[in-house]
Design a protein around this ligand. Structure first.
Ligand SMILES: Nc1ncnc2c1ncn2[C@@H]1O[C@H](COP(=O)(O)OP(=O)(O)O)[C@@H](O)[C@H]1O
Ligand SMILES: [Mg+2]
Length: 204
C-alpha cells in the first residue's frame, strides 16, 4: 500500500496553492510536512484525503474510505455536544473500524472532561478532543493538519507515544510549522514553499 501524488496542481482564483506536486508515501513511515503559512500544506492534505478536487494531476490511494482518518485544521467538532457525545458520533462514523472509546480516553488521560461541552473547553483541550476523534479510527492512513497546535507538553507527549506505538502498517502524514517537532517525531521531512515541494528527506 502507498499513496501516489502525481503532478498535482490546485488554484483558488488567481492563487496557486499547489504547483505540480509529486510525492510517494509508504506505510510504516511518519511524514512531516513543513512550510510557512500559505505554502500549501492544508491544501495538499485535503487533496490526499479526498476532500477537494485537484485542477491537474492525480492522487492514487488504495485504502478504503473508512480506513482514512483526517484531522482538519478547523477541528470539525460539535461544540454544543459533550466530549463523550463527540466521540460516540465519530465511533458511529468509523463503524466496525472504530476503536473502543476508552482506548482514546486512555491515550490522553481525558476522562475528567468527558461530560463537558466542547464549547466550554480551552483551545488546547478542544484540539486534544479533535485529535482523539481522528485516532478513534483503526486507520490505515492518518492525515493530521497541525495536530499539536495549542496542545500542552504532556498532551503532546501522549500523542507522540501513540504515534510511535501505532506506526505499524499505516501511513501517517502530519503538518507542522515546528521543525523541531518534525525532527523528533517523524521519519521523513517534506518541505513546501509557495505550493511546491522544496525537498524531501529521510530522517531515520
Ligand atoms: N478556500 C480557499 N479559497 C481561496 N484561497 C485559499 C483557500 N484555501 C487556501 N487558499 C490559499 O491557498 C494558499 C495555500 O493555503 P494553505 O494550503 O491553507 O497553506 P498552509 O496550510 O501551508 O498555510 C494560500 O495562499 C491560501 O490563502
Ligand atoms: Mg494550513
Amino acid at each position: 500500500m502507498g499513496i501516489l501524488v502525481k503532478q498535482v496542481s490546485k488554484r483558488y482564483g488567481s492563487t496557486i496553492a499547489l504547483r505540480e506536486v509529486n510525492l510517494f508515501f509508504e506505510k510504516d513511515r511518519i511524514y512531516g510536512l513543513y512550510g510557512e503559512m500559505g505554502s500549501g500544506k492544508s491544501t495538499l492534505l485535503k487533496a490526499i484525503a479526498g476532500l477537494i478536487d485537484c485542477d491537474a494531476g492525480f492522487i492514487e490511494l488504495s485504502s478504503r474510505k473508512n480506513e482514512l482518518s483526517f484531522l482538519d485544521q478547523d477541528k470539525g467538532l460539535y461544540n454544543e455536544l459533550t466530549v463523550i457525545e463527540n466521540l460516540q458520533f465519530w465511533k458511529g462514523v468509523y463503524k466496525k473500524n472504530a476503536r473502543e472509546i476508552k482506548e482514546v480516553v486512555q491515550i490522553f488521560e481525558m476522562s475528567r472532561i468527558l461530560s463537558k461541552r466542547v464549547s466550554e473547553l480551552s483551545a488546547g483541550n478542544q484540539q486534544m478532543v479533535a485529535l482523539a476523534t481522528a485516532l478513534l479510527n483503526k486507520f490505515k492512513v492518518l492525515i493530521l493538519d497541525e495536530p499539536t497546535v495549542s496542545l500542552d507538553v504532556k498532551t503532546k507527549q501522549c500523542f507522540y507515544g501513540f504515534l510511535k506505538k501505532n506506526q505499524g502498517d499505516s501511513i501517517i502524514i502530519m503538518s507542522s510549522h515546528n521543525i523541531e517537532e518534525i525532527m523528533t517525531v517523524c521519519t521523513d521531512l517534506i518541505q513546501m514553499e509557495y505550493g511546491k515541494i522544496l525537498s524531501t528527506r529521510e530522517l531515520r
